[in-house]
Design a protein around this ligand. Structure first.
Ligand code: PAF
Length: 313
């Protein structure tokens, strides 16, 4: 039993679903904030958005699960930072979180091995005698291509599938996603629309450090020097927006300027794209609401960031 203000920690899927149903029976909306843990102020702002999302009483559930299926074998699953005890302290301190869902067994790999976090000896109905594991996936076919999907081809399949699983287990009325992961947010909105999940999706604004760096769990891996260099991302995005608002609507010119700034700062650009805010289709001219999306490496850390521009000239 959790003390007053302390969120209840739930690990079991059936227990989570039952908990949510009880909250709804009490007349509360259930608001879910899906995370992979190692929480920072950006996550805490998602929790504030969740707590404020309904006029009536809300039960806020934060899920913490480092989802193995969204990492390619070459990516940083093994070094993804985690600190569950610290996360639980931060969540308690908000006073706004009613439950923390920390599932262990969302994916099964059958005889090929268990996913990270699965408890040894657990038995799953998803594993059959032939040893096949999880084989049902959600793909948001067009939106998952391009931007981060180009260099991370399995990423959005893993994200959409685990988020759908969390939706099925937690059965939230509301779910909150950060707009730093812009493509992810749009993909989840589309999945909810296409698959008729009765869930309101809220996109929450990017939270930045005082110097402009977008908050990210991966920032902890930046050296002091890399962090200084990485400030070129937010700086170049702000300059690009100023240029666009001052009448430069040529995407190529603006992208070129950003690439140059990042490269001069010592970054290795993965992509710089200017895309329609909803369809994420590349635009040649900035003549509608667009978002400039950037991914770049500083040292061994891949950072993403973006800025929306609401110009309609
Ligand atoms: O944004 C994240 O932290 C993850 O991609 C999410 C949405 C929790 C799915 O694993």
């Amino acid at each position: 039993m959790a003390a007053a203000n302390e969120p209840e920690v739930i690990r079991d899927k059936a227990a989570m679903r039952a908990w949510s149903r009880r909250r709804r029976a009490e007349g509360k909306a259930v608001a879910l904030v899906p995370t992979m843990g190692f929480l920072h102020d950006g996550h805490l702002s998602l929790i504030s958005a969740a707590a404020a999302a309904s006029a009536g009483p809300v039960a806020v559930v934060v899920s913490i699960y480092v989802n193995p299926s969204q990492f390619a074998p070459t990516e940083d699953l093994a070094t993804y930072p985690s600190d569950l005890a610290g996360d639980l302290r931060k969540l308690s301190a908000t006073g706004a979180v009613t439950a923390v869902f920390c599932p262990l067994d969302l994916y099964f790999r059958g005889s090929a091995g268990r996913p990270t976090g699965a408890s040894a000896g657990a038995v799953s109905c998803l594993e059959d005698a032939g040893g096949s594991g999880h084989e049902s996936w959600i793909r948001v076919e067009r939106l998952e291509k391009g931007l981060c999907g180009s260099s991370r081809p399995v990423f959005f399949r893993g994200v959409a599938t685990v988020v759908a699983k969390l939706f099925n287990i937690v059965e939230p009325d509301i779910a909150v996603f950060g707009k730093k992961d812009y493509q992810q947010w749009r993909i989840i909105c589309r999945m909810v629309r296409d698959l008729d999940f009765a869930i309101e999706i809220i996109g929450s604004e990017i939270v930045r450090e005082a110097d402009g760096l977008a908050m990210s769990s991966r920032n902890v891996h930046l050296s002091h020097e890399e962090r200084e260099k990485a400030l070129s991302i937010s700086r170049s995005l702000v300059n690009a927006r100023t240029a666009a608002l001052n009448g430069n609507n040529h995407s190529q010119q603006i992208k070129h300027q950003i690439v140059q700034t990042l490269t001069e700062a010592g970054g290795q650009v993965d992509y710089v794209e200017i895309v329609d805010q909803e369809s994420l289709v590349r635009v040649e001219k900035i003549d509608r609401p667009v978002v400039i999306c950037v991914a770049a490496w500083f040292g061994k850390v891949r950072l993403i960031d973006n800025i929306e521009i609401q110009t309609a000239s």
